[in-house]
Ligand binder design. Sequence first.
Ligand code: ADP
Ligand code: MG
Length: 345
Amino acid sequence: MSEPGIIKRLCEEVVNRIAAGEIIQRPANALKELIENSLDAKSTNIIVTVKAGGLKYLQIQDNGTGIRKDNLDIVCERFTTSKLQQYEDLREISTYGFRGEALASISHIAHLTILTKTAAEKCAFKASYENGKLKGAPKPCAGNNGTQITVEDLFYNVIARKKALRSPSEEYSHIMEVVGSYAIHNHNIGFTLKKFGEAADVKTPVKSSVIENVRIIYGNAIARELMEITLEEEKLKLKISGYVTNVNYSHKKGTMLLFINHRLVDSLSIRKAVDSIYSTYLPKNAHSFVYLSIELDPRNIDVNVHPTKHEVHFLYEEQIIDKIKECIEAKLLSCNSTRVMYTQA
Ligand code: ADP
Ligand code: MG
């Protein structure tokens, strides 16, 4: 018989790296966290630059509040945040991340550099991080108001993960999806995505509109068929808004951009519900383009069930999905009947 193994404690660095790898599974996850931070910092313009699908280099430049110089020493430690002071705040929180984990996680699995300037400071400061810790004192340098975060060699110390992500072009398409979705949802904010040294692949203007940004990102074939939907429901403190394609549009691959309380999430049950409504209007195996923004009482939603915070769960799911269905169905019905009348006339 073989001997039982000896149990040993993993060193802290390895523990942190494992935890980080659970939150950040690919460059697009890191970027989502960084974009949410820039939005929390009230930026109006966000520029993302990547090399090799973000695996080699991922940089985000914003024009937000910046980070105070004297916070630069702890900003990348775990559970350091400016968004949550006490446990009770968790229920009311409306900013995106609140666990103070994103920057820490990234710094455990990549080389992270922050260049930041607040309006009150005369110059910018640059600081580099490794394993949550500041490497040397922040250096004064030139820079605009706002924050630039550079993530290099993501997963350099997580060999298995690095091997699993072999295609920079696939990673780039995930990045494009994240930038495109946030640009559509935050149409007042300008977003730019480009590969290092190349022209922009996505560029949305400041103070644009949802339809205009859909046109820029997904093309006119979708943008011209969009119908606006809105719904408010007192009892559930529910607000639904968005744009969905009418019955003239169908595509073999559907697109759903879903934001719940302004976070990009996924919900299999909402996806299924939307598909089931369209299935009666569209040809077989054809799908729609749907952008939905749902606002719920934050007490009824739990975005933090999954480490990547992507799949979301909420209370009153059934009632809320019924409302979404109602709202889309009504729109589709009305456009279907106008189409019929139009052809009869
Ligand atoms: P969280 O967002 O949950 O607070 P993060 O690790 O994502 O945790 O960020 C830690 C802190 O760093 C934030 O609370 C914020 O104060 C600051 N920060 C991060 N990114 C930015 C940014 N782009 N602009 C201004 N402050 C930022
Ligand atoms: Mg954050």
